[in-house]
Design a protein around this ligand. Structure first.
Ligand code: NAD
Ligand code: ZN
Length: 237
């Protein structure tokens, strides 16, 4: 068996078939608000309740969703092939629910909350929240969602690890991301520069399409079936 270094790099499109809206898709994410205007520290300090309402609604939606076949096949790949990594921009936790371990989350997790007064961070699965904005049980401070907003840095360790993995990848599979949000969007280009084969699954063209060795213009579930077969052929036959 040839050594692998297979990397999956996912975005909102991988969860679309689970009923979770993407950000830039045709279907607007939330009423008349632009999520980009809500996903900033400034928006939060201006109106924490409004931002929390948005996250509360997303959390309720995600709690009802199930991982789809694309999440499941990515988790399965981890068991079947050597040296598989998963880097995600998603905050929904569906990869973990599908059975993926060691998920590198570049943009945090929607189930995490952080207290702005005492600094405590914890997982919180309350849906819906009793009180908006939610408050810290220990100190009554204001909680914020444990996600990375526009204008904030990505978690250092996760990003360093992602760069490192991108550089070592032999096959780098980009699933359901518009590749427009930096620095995450750089990863496929870094992998390409170091000689990885780039496979893209996305019904639409993206900046990655130009450097992709294989573009699968299908939805994530169908595309992942094809990629799984391709990897079996490449590594297991
Ligand atoms: P995106 O919405 O920008 O792109 C989704 C991509 O998925 C598109 O290219 C679309 O063609 C594709 N797609 C749609 N349905 C699909 C399917 N069934 N199968 C496969 N692909 C499908 O999402 P993104 O690329 O993940 O965005 C990057 C980051 O932007 C996000 O992780 C997020 O952190 C950030 N963002 C956050 C917020 C927020 O509210 N926190 C708002 C906007 C952007
Ligand atoms: Zn606190």
């Amino acid at each position: 068996m040839r050594k692998g270094y297979i990397t999956f790099f996912t975005g909102a499109g991988v969860s679309a078939e689970s009923g979770i809206p993407t950000f830039r898709g045709k279907e607007g994410l939330w009423r008349r608000y632009n999520p980009v205007d809500l996903a900033t520290p400034e928006a939060f300090f201006r109106n924490p309740s409004l931002v929390w309402e948005f996250y509360n609604e997303r959390r309720c939606n995600i709690a009802e969703a199930e991982p789809n076949r694309a999440h499941l096949l990515i988790a399965e790949a981890e068991k079947v092939f050597p040296l598989v990594s998963l880097i995600t921009q998603n905050v929904d936790g569906l990869h973990q629910r599908a059975g993926s371990r060691n998920v590198i989350e570049l943009h945090g997790n929607i189930w995490k909350v952080k207290c702005l007064s005492c600094g405590k961070e914890e997982m919180n699965f309350e849906t819906p929240f009793n009180e908006i904005p939610p408050r810290c049980k220990d100190c009554d401070g204001l909680l914020r969602p444990g996600v990375v907003w526009f204008g904030e840095s990505l978690p250092y360790e996760a990003l360093e690890l992602a760069y490192d993995i991108a550089k070592r990848s032999k096959v780098f599979i980009v699933v359901g991301t518009s590749c427009q949000v930096f620095p995450a969007a750089q990863l496929p280009f870094i992998a390409k520069e170091k000689g990885a084969e780039i496979i893209e699954i996305n019904p639409e063209e993206t900046p990655v399409s130009e450097i992709a060795d294989m573009s699968i213009r299908k939805r994530a579930t169908k595309g992942m079936e094809e990629v799984f077969e391709y990897l079996k052929e490449k590594y297991l036959s």
